[in-house]
Design a protein around this ligand. Structure first.
Ligand SMILES: NC(=O)c1ccc[n+]([C@@H]2O[C@H](COP(=O)([O-])OP(=O)(O)OC[C@H]3O[C@@H](n4cnc5c(N)ncnc54)[C@H](OP(=O)(O)O)[C@@H]3O)[C@@H](O)[C@H]2O)c1
Length: 219
């Protein structure tokens, strides 16, 4: 495995983490799947390897996965577990970029925008982790289903306070076949996180099987 190329996905045995892992593997990246349960991480890695030709993918505990990635760690866990998992992986995140794909959904009303007091899940992550971790928010508006089945025909909004970190995440999304846009400072993650509930509502209302997405139009 080329260590420099490696992306860790925390919660990677789940739907969204698995979708992103497929997309990154197809783009030629190495992926480490993180889970609370090492056996579950290994099983998810084996399934991804069977699905993707020449895939370089392994499974580890969440913390070991975070430690194994030299630059980029992706967080894909339900909002209810966001802070607990951040606490678990914090020792593996120093001087890295954390891509937070978390949407602060509060079941059962997931088609209703219910942002947290601090404004967004990504802002909460940055406040918890401090300045030694560059939090970048991305991928909230891309469905796991679209990611699994090929290059998604929708765009990615990328928000973060560090422009270089944002650039790297935009480049990663582009490598994985998506159009990605600078969406401004991390505070703007609130818009992307809120938009997901709107997309869930549209999915229900119009029956989008692979999930609705967004397109930015520049004229
Ligand atoms: N699904 C989508 O299409 C989509 C799209 C955009 C954004 N998102 C966001 O991505 C995140 C993950 O969504 P998902 O659909 O992938 O969720 P999921 O499949 O239900 O869960 C993802 C992973 O989170 C971990 N997890 C579950 N409960 C936990 C707990 N109590 N404590 C610690 N970890 C726990 C599990 O990993 P282990 O059990 O292996 O530890 C699980 O595989 C959410 O914030 C969601 O809003 C999802």
């Amino acid at each position: 495995m080329s260590a420099h190329n490696t992306i860790a996905i925390i919660g990677g045995a789940g739907a969204m983490g698995g979708g992103l892992a497929s997309a990154f593997l197809r783009a030629g990246r190495s992926v480490v799947i993180g889970s609370r349960d090492r056996a579950r991480a290994n099983a998810a890695a084996s399934a991804l390897a069977a699905d993707t030709a020449h895939a370089d993918v392994t499974g580890l505990s969440n913390l070991d996965a975070a430690k194994s990635a030299p630059e980029i760690v992706v967080l894909t866990v339900p909002y209810a577990n966001h802070l607990n998992v951040l606490r678990e992986i914090q020792p593996g995140l120093d001087n890295k970029i954390l891509i937070d794909a978390t949407v602060p959904l509060r079941p059962p009303k997931v088609a209703r925008v219910q942002l947290p007091e601090k404004g967004s899940a990504a802002v909460e992550a940055q406040a918890f982790l401090g300045a030694s971790v560059r939090v970048v928010s991305a991928f909230q508006n891309v469905s796991a289903e679209k990611l699994k089945t090929g290059a998604p025909n929708c765009d990615v909004l990328v928000a973060g306070d560090d422009v270089d970190a944002r650039e790297r995440v935009i480049a990663l999304a582009q490598e994985a076949g998506m159009a990605a846009w600078h969406a401004g400072p991390l505070d703007n993650s609130a818009a992307a996180e809120a938009l997901t509930s709107v997309l869930i509502h549209i999915n229900k209302r119009y029956g989008a099987t692979a999930g609705a997405g967004i397109r930015i139009v520049l004229d």
